[in-house]
Design a protein. Structure first.
Length: 234
C-alpha cells in the first residue's frame, strides 16, 4: 500500500514516496506542544487585571519568534484570494487588489504567545474587523468565526472577540509587508487573546452559528484564550 505524503502548497500538488521530512518535523513539534498542554506548562495559577500590561507567566521579548506547523506556504499576492462565507448576508471572495481597495487602518498592539513570550508595540496595518463585518454583514444567528489558513491551520473565536476595535486582518508589521514566515501576505491579529488565535496565511473566514474548535483548540489549548486569566489550556 502507498504510504507516502501528498502536500498541497500554494496551489501545487507535491507527492512523495515517504512521509516527508516536513511531516516528521511537524509531528514532533505538534506532539511537544500537546504534551505541554497536558502538563499545564507555563501556568502560574495567578490572574491579573487587564490594566497590568504583561499577563501572568509571560516575559518580554524584543525579537519576534516564529511558530508554525513546519510548513510556511508561499502565498502569492497575484493569485491570492480571501473567502468570507457562511452565516452572512453578503458572502464574497476578495482578490488582493480588492482587499487593498477596502478602507485601511493602523493599530499598535501587544502580542502574547502561550509559550510565554510577549512582544509590545507592534504596528499593524491592514483591514479592521469592523470593515470586514460591515462588508459581509453576519446574520443574527452568527456566533463564531472560524479562520482557515493556506497551511490547513484553523482557529476559532466568538463573533464578539472578532468584533473588537483592535482586531485586524494585517498585511504590514512595523511599516513593512508581513514576511512569509510570519504569515504574509495576510494574517489575522487578535491582540487581546493568545497568539494561536491569530491565523497566519489567511485563506478563509467562515462565519458560523455553531462553534468549531480549531487545530490547537482540539489539542488541549483553551477555547477562549484570555492571557490575563491564563486560559492557556483546556
Ligand atoms: N496558519 C497558521 N497560523 C498560525 C499558526 C500556524 O501554525 N499556522 N500558529 C499559531 C501559533 S501557535 C502562534 S504562537 C502564532 C505565531 O505567530 P508568529 O510565528 O508570527 O510569531 O501563529 C499562530 N497562527
Ligand atoms: Mo503558539
Amino acid at each position: 500500500m502507498w504510504s507516502g505524503s501528498i502536500l498541497f502548497i500554494g496551489g501545487v500538488i507535491i507527492m512523495t514516496e515517504e512521509p516527508t521530512i516536513f511531516g516528521k518535523i511537524k509531528d514532533k513539534l505538534i506532539g511537544k506542544k500537546q504534551e505541554w498542554a497536558e502538563q499545564g506548562r507555563g501556568l502560574t495559577g495567578e490572574t491579573a487585571a487587564p490594566e497590568q500590561r504583561l499577563p501572568p507567566g509571560q516575559h518580554l521579548v524584543k525579537d519576534w519568534p516564529v511558530l508554525d506547523l513546519g510548513i510556511q506556504p508561499e502565498v502569492r499576492k497575484t493569485s491570492y484570494t480571501l473567502t468570507l462565507d457562511g452565516a452572512v448576508a453578503h458572502p464574497i471572495v476578495l482578490t488582493w487588489a480588492e482587499l487593498m481597495a477596502l478602507p485601511q487602518s493602523e493599530q499598535v498592539s501587544d502580542m502574547h504567545c502561550v509559550t510565554t513570550w510577549s512582544r509590545y508595540d507592534n504596528k499593524w496595518q491592514g483591514i479592521s474587523a469592523e470593515v470586514i463585518l460591515a462588508l459581509v454583514q453576519p446574520k443574527p444567528e452568527c456566533r463564531h468565526v472560524i479562520f482557515h489558513s493556506y497551511d490547513d491551520y484553523t482557529t476559532n473565536v466568538r463573533l464578539e472577540q472578532f468584533a473588537q476595535p483592535d482586531v485586524m486582518l494585517a498585511h504590514s508589521w512595523n511599516g513593512a509587508p508581513i514576511s512569509r514566515e510570519h504569515g504574509g501576505p495576510l494574517r489575522g491579529m487578535i491582540p487581546k487573546f493568545y497568539l494561536w488565535k491569530s491565523a497566519k496565511w489567511l485563506k478563509r473566514m467562515e462565519f458560523v452559528t455553531e462553534d468549531h474548535p480549531g487545530f490547537w483548540e482540539t489539542r488541549g489549548y483553551n477555547n477562549n484564550a484570555d492571557p490575563w486569566t491564563e486560559e492557556r489550556y483546556s
